[in-house]
Design a protein around this ligand. Structure first.
Ligand SMILES: NC(=O)c1ccc[n+]([C@@H]2O[C@H](COP(=O)([O-])OP(=O)(O)OC[C@H]3O[C@@H](n4cnc5c(N)ncnc54)[C@H](OP(=O)(O)O)[C@@H]3O)[C@@H](O)[C@H]2O)c1
Length: 697
């Protein structure tokens, strides 16, 4: 008790405490000094952050909701000495670039006594020799073959250095034709590789370092390749979905080959690679190391009611019939009697059909609601043209913009609000699913940019999200898509003297995708509660007017403290603890009718698994041959199971295990194998302790 008090900072009167005892000093250490260092590993960034409580209070003054990205110079990490490195021997997998950076890095890694496996882009999977492979980035199976091969050779990597986004720099980036190729070697390569890692059921800590060049606007003078920025989706979301993988992005500018500056860059990267991952977004420019941070900025209420807007101006809004699109359209209608072009993919009846549509459909019908909204805009003074087109389709958008210009004349502003919410963990994500989320933002922006390249706009407003910075569980594609918008803004600003503006919106309440997206039932209550801290439509408009008045080009709008959210970005503990609370109070339901009969657990592990599933699903019984997904589980429940197994049996399974073996009986075998493998590696004493620990839980 006294020790606890001392730890808590209480001043203890030690002389009083020892009054009746004879004390004397002894020399330390009492053992031979062996000069062997025992490194105390600094805690991983995620551990630090999970301790920080996040304030979810909505700030009362909108002026306090704004943050801007900045780059802060940071002290380069201290190089580790050669001797210390010998004890850190591990296998590193290098996704090799074609600019020579990888070649130098590999030499350095080998000098560090690291085993290096290299993988190059090729037409198909090929084993060139024991440590050199090629694979086709588009073939997800090639990544599986690579890892299976490495497992057979007992050379599964613990460090991965992904250099495929280090590419030759050309001024003419951001071309529609380039974008898909860059996604293949960037976003999809990381997605497929992570899925393959997931299938390997690794429990070791893994580090993925994704190196790119010319992706981050650190100095404002770089030639930028915003297409690469989607890789930030995997960098942010992989650690949120795979607790044993940490990721970082390091952006560089390539010095000329063979120069001393290239050697310096190699040394800088080697030093980073030798250390655990603490920071998520890093950049090197010359001798300087930079970290991305965010700073609060106060934006006072706009004195002008309509900054940057023209009376009777012509404004095109993609996603114009969506939640945020319609709110902004209403403001433009009300304040400047704008001429509005609203674009969405869904079919929309021609004007002469509106009355009959309204007469024959319920008011709750989504098209009826849109017709009524458009009529409201017109009553407020706007002229409205609704066009059905896909923003990512160059031909459809060329026609749409030609039609708009013919009807209203030159465009004055564009709001790109088309977007689709993401959903689904990396392990289950198909290329098609990810593409549908990336396309409207990535290709859509490039299509608009191509068509409008000679149009001098008053503004181009891109609607990004705070998830591009924070990442979001189950949203690797949405995170990447919005990261593209952020960096495209800086690219465009460096190229053209007109306003391109990107807003990283926090969640909106009352309208839009956050309200309309279906949530897993376990999270419904929490979402309803957290939505109340979101941006109300009139607050969103107010925020936009304040931003229009400022000269900022990328702004975060977050009613809750964004800097606290940022500190917590590496942890999913908030989500998990909420899920756990929800389940404790969950009522018990009888086991639903399934095609298979109930079979009771036959041993302790099956019983443990069945108990956990029963609690998570709120069921009275789960049989050993019941399919979890038929019982109502989803990936979030799966993540809870992983966390419970880690807590209760000290066993780490992957989300892929659950998808592959969604039955108590099958999963119990996997758990058993893991326990046997772990026991094999322990001393007899440690093994007995582990068995006692497990059986006492
Ligand atoms: N709501 C939020 O809390 C929030 C927060 C941060 C950022 N954002 C961003 O703000 C923007 C607007 O969001 P919202 O909440 O208003 O979403 P929303 O209500 O779902 O509206 C999005 C609109 O985009 C249209 N759309 C999607 N893909 C398209 C494509 N390829 N071409 C043309 N139109 C397309 C959809 O219409 P069709 O299906 O008919 O095409 C839909 O009407 C999105 O980009 C979103 O990522 C929203």
């Amino acid at each position: 008790a006294l020790g606890q008090l001392w730890l808590a900072g209480v001043e203890v009167d030690w002389s009083g405490f020892y009054t009746h005892e004879h004390r004397h000093r002894i020399p330390l250490p009492t053992y031979p000094f062996e000069r062997q260092r025992y490194w105390i590993e600094p805690p991983q960034a995620r551990d630090d952050n999970s301790l920080t409580p996040v304030s979810l209070e909505k700030k009362p003054d909108i002026a306090d909701w704004f943050y801007m990205p900045c780059w802060k110079q940071s002290v380069p990490p201290r190089p580790i000495k050669q001797k210390e490195l010998a004890s850190q021997k591990s296998c590193t997998l290098v996704f090799m670039d074609e600019c020579g950076l990888g070649t130098q890095l590999i030499e350095g890694l080998q000098k560090d006594n690291q085993e290096v496996i290299t993988v190059k882009v090729g037409a198909e999977f090929t084993k060139i020799n024991e440590s050199l492979y090629t694979l086709n980035p588009q073939q997800s199976n090639d990544y599986n073959t690579l890892l299976t091969e490495l497992r057979q050779q007992e050379k599964l990597p613990t460090k991965i250095v992904h250099l495929w986004n280090v590419t030759p720099v050309t001024q003419a980036q951001s071309k529609l034709t380039e974008v898909e190729k860059i996604q293949e070697i960037g976003f999809y390569s990381l997605l497929f590789f992570t899925q393959s890692l997931g299938k390997q059921n690794l429990s070791e800590q893994l580090q993925i370092t994704v190196v790119s060049n010319n992706m981050q606007p650190v100095t404002g003078e770089e030639v930028l390749s915003p297409e690469k920025a989607t890789l930030l989706g995997p960098v942010k979301v992989i650690p949120q979905e795979y607790p044993n993988i940490s990721c970082r992005s390091i952006d560089v500018v390539l010095p000329s080959i063979g120069s001393w500056q290239q050697q310096r860059l190699t040394d800088q990267l080697l030093t980073e690679l030798r250390l655990p991952i603490f920071e998520r977004v890093i950049a090197y420019r010359g001798s300087h190391r930079w970290l991305q941070t965010f700073e609060a900025v106060q934006l006072e209420e706009s004195v002008e009611q309509t900054p940057r807007l023209r009376e009777g101006g012509v404004y095109l809004i993609t996603g114009g019939l969506g939640g945020i699109g319609l709110v902004l359209a209403k403001h433009l209608a009300k304040t400047v009697r704008a001429k509005l072009i609203l674009i969405g993919r869904s079919a929309f009846p021609a004007r002469h059909e509106w009355d009959s549509w309204l007469a024959t459909h319920e008011e709750t019908d989504s098209t009826s609601r849109k017709i009524l909204k458009v009529q409201e805009l017109e009553e407020l003074g706007a002229e409205v043209l609704v066009i059905s087109a896909d923003v990512a389709n160059l031909a459809q958008m060329t026609d749409a913009i030609a039609q708009a210009q013919q009807q209203f004349g030159a465009l004055h502003g564009v709001i790109h609000a088309a977007g689709v919410p993401g959903g689904g963990v990396i392990q289950r994500k198909t290329q098609g699913e990810a593409q549908s989320i990336l396309t409207p933002k990535v290709k859509g922006t490039l299509v608009l940019n191509t068509i409008l390249k000679d149009v001098q706009l008053d503004f181009l407003l891109l609607t990004s999200s705070i998830s591009s910075i924070l990442g979001a569980f189950g949203q690797v594609d949405y995170t990447g898509a919005n990261a593209f918008l952020d960096i495209f803004t800086h690219h465009k600003t460096s190229q053209q003297n007109s306003l391109t503006l990107c807003i990283n919106w926090g969640t909106w309440q009352e309208v839009g995708m956050a309200v309309n997206t279906a949530r897993p039932k376990e999270l419904q209550e929490w979402y309803i509660e957290s939505l109340q801290q979101g941006i109300l439509p009139e607050e969103g408009v107010d925020a936009l007017m304040r931003i229009f008045r400022s000269s900022l080009s990328q702004v975060v709008v977050s009613p809750t403290d964004f800097l606290s959210l940022l500190k917590q970005q590496n942890t999913d503990s908030d989500l998990l603890s909420r899920l756990e609370k929800v389940n404790i109070s969950k009522p018990k339901h009888p086991r639903p009718e399934l095609n298979n009969a109930y079979v009771a657990p036959r041993n302790e592990i099956e019983q443990k698994l069945a108990d956990i599933w029963q609690q998570l699903l709120g069921l009275e019984q789960v049989g050993i041959h019941d399919n979890f997904f038929e019982l109502g589980a989803d990936s979030l429940v799966g993540v809870q199971l992983i966390s419970r197994l880690k807590q209760e049996l000290q066993v780490k399974i992957s989300i892929n295990d659950i998808f592959r073996s969604p039955f108590v009986a099958e999963l119990a075998l996997i758990v058993e194998l893991i326990i046997i493998k772990e026991l094999d590696e322990l001393t007899e004493e440690e093994a007995q302790k582990l068995v006692l620990d497990i059986s006492s839980k």
